[in-house]
Design a protein around this ligand. Sequence first.
Ligand code: PMT
Length: 403
Amino acid sequence: MSGERTTTVLVGVTGGIAAYKSCELVRALMKRGYRVKVVMTDAATRFVTPLTFRTLTNEPVAASLWEDDPSAPVHHISLAEEADVFVIAPCTANVIAKIAQGRADDLLTTAALATEAPIVMAPAMNVHMWRDEATQENVDRLRDRGVVFVEPESGELACGDVGEGRLAPVEAIAEAVMAEAERAQDLAGRHILVTAGGTQEPIDPVRYIGNRSSGKTGFAIADEAARRGARVTLVTGPTHLADPFGVEVVRVQTALQMHAAVMERAEDVDAVVASAAVADFRPAEVARGKIKKTAAPEAIALVRNPDILAELGARQERPVLVGFAAETSDVESNARHKLEAKRCDLVVANDVSDPALGFGTDANRVAFVTRDGVEWLPMLSKRVIAREIADRLARLLGGADVE
Ligand code: PMT
């Protein structure tokens, strides 16, 4: 655990027979040194009383939206803000469905919607409810949004059925919480610069050469790094995306502007994640007025743009460098070439020959290419890919072996 403040884990208890195991979870978390607070659904209070958790945690137990002390801060919001990790165990199919839909009709689901903390869910339910398509779709949706699932185990269930649906072992849930608590601050004290989006290279005042990058990948990385305690500067080409919370955003249009914005800050950063699709070329001349259809040039002369990443890599004192490689063929070997040529610590390679992946999509399939080898990930949401990148970034920064 890092930081001076004690890490607070909010334990959400929902109404299932496994609710009694939440008492063990609370104890396991307290043994690990966490401050634990409990929020219960009304149904959960039928299985275990709030008094039990109050006695175990020595903290008030939250069970209703309507029992607030009027002088206290808004309860669901303060719970959500206090939490460094929010673990819901056991989590019923109903609560999974409500959170997947963004419904917030009790204290627990309201806190889940309001929190910025990582969420861990440990489902427990009847095997058929777990396997039902609706539940699995909800689980996938939440996974894509970054929720960590501790999968239920197989065995005899309280209802007499046999199959998966039993709450995972308490120790496994506590371990997952611990991993999230460590992640939550593993980039604290670091300054990370992320480039995102595509640049636009003007031909005349209304036309430009551009690409299909939406900025989603870079924005997700910036958001994730900020959540994990980093100071983040995001230098982005034109995009419709809103500024991620707590991130300094520098909006640029051209490769030359992106180059200037990055170089201005390069001395001051610990790492650069270059996810932007920077135009390699720009028109040699930009027409002052809109080029008339009748006066269209036969060809547009292009000149090379500076390679921002390569320039950073060539520095004697360089930050940790994570480059991207958007390839349509020979993905691994091209990415390996970029790793060496631009002196990166890690290259995130993606095969953009499939229009369903990479540019503009919500999911992608990437490989991590380092000097130690290549690791392909399955198709994942860009939010989850951002988490994977931040994990590796934290390791690279922690083990700083930068020349
Ligand atoms: O924005 P999204 O819609 O989410 O799409 C994400 C993405 C497909 C744009 C992203 O995953 C990606 O692959 N980004 C890099 C695209 C690219 O331009 O790759 P490249 O092979 O041309 O460049 C290699 C690396 O050098 C990249 O890190 C790039 O940012 C950097 N570069 C390239 C040219 C240049 N002039 N300066 C650079 O810094």
